[in-house]
Design a protein. Structure first.
Length: 279
């Protein structure tokens, strides 16, 4: 594989479940005694050709590929102030997602700001770095659990009878994301059953569940080189439509781009996670 103006050759970290048949898990925070998260999954790097879709980004949608780019400038600047993010950036982002998807209801349940800090092992909730392994944020079980957890019990049953999704809204902060950009795997190249497996995400007080992604040479990885703070990408993590007519999810990961200019600012980004409902 070789780097061209339209694609880069880079390493993608994939996962394998534990060989002994145990339930796969990883902790949410690093253990300072080992400098890493405790886990029983196996990481393995594979070379991949990652296509730069700049100029044709409009051809990828949540329904066909599992992700969708958009040029949506924001005047919001206070991304380090969680209170202001909740009060001001959430409503703006709710309107954005409704406009792009036609959804009738959008409920954000959390957000994460990430800043790459080379050499630092601390990954506490307020010091998250780019995730460097292919993954999907939710499984079917955890997606349904999210509805029950974040919506009133009087609303959840009716909402679960209609189409719903979990969508992340990702945006660079401050500078173009030339350093450690975000790669997305086109769902049309994914074998949904064979390429993924559930991974328990162990918090100090509860458990969630994500999907690990196994290597498949058919995977088609994409990125939008130099995404600016005026651009966003919606990343589908779950869709209740499972009849094959639409993308159900999209694996994604941060990666080291060999074309990143020397001295480029370390990547900083924010992602909002939303339950997205349709009438």
């Amino acid at each position: 594989m070789s780097t061209t103006p339209d694609a880069v050759s880079a390493s993608i970290t994939y996962l394998l479940p534990p060989p002994n048949g145990e339930r796969a898990y990883q902790t949410i925070n690093a253990d300072p005694t080992i400098g890493d998260r405790r886990k029983n999954i196996i990481r393995k790097d594979f070379d991949a050709l990652i296509e730069n879709v700049r100029g044709k980004e409009h051809t990828f949608t949540l329904d066909n590929a599992g992700f969708q780019y958009a040029h949506r400038p924001t005047t919001f600047k206070d991304f380090r102030d969680d209170k202001k993010v909740l009060e001001d950036y959430y409503p703006e982002s709710e309107a954005l997602i409704k406009d792009l998807t036609g959804a009738s209801r959008v409920v954000f349940f959390d957000h994460t700001r990430r800043l790459r800090r080379p050499g630092e092992l601390d990954d506490a909730p307020d010091r998250r770095q780019p995730v460097a392994q292919a993954h999907v944020d939710q499984t079917t079980a955890s997606s349904i659990a999210r509805v029950h957890r974040h919506l009133p019990p009087t609303d959840a049953p009716a909402l679960l009878r209609r189409r719903f999704q979990i969508v992340n809204l990702w945006r660079p902060i401050g500078n173009p994301a030339l350093d450690w950009p975000l790669a997305l795997c086109d769902y049309r190249s994914v074998d949904a059953k064979q390429d993924t497996f559930p991974v328990a995400l162990v918090y100090p007080d509860r458990e969630g569940e994500t999907m690990g992604v196994k290597h498949n040479p058919n995977h088609q990885w994409k990125y939008l080189r130099g995404m600016t703070p005026d651009e966003v990408v919606m990343i589908k993590c779950f869709d209740s439509i499972e009849d094959g007519s639409v993308a159900r999810f999209t694996p994604h990961t941060g990666f080291q781009d060999p074309t990143t200019p020397a001295g480029a600012p370390f990547r900083e980004s924010i992602e909002l996670r939303a339950l997205v409902f349709y009438d």
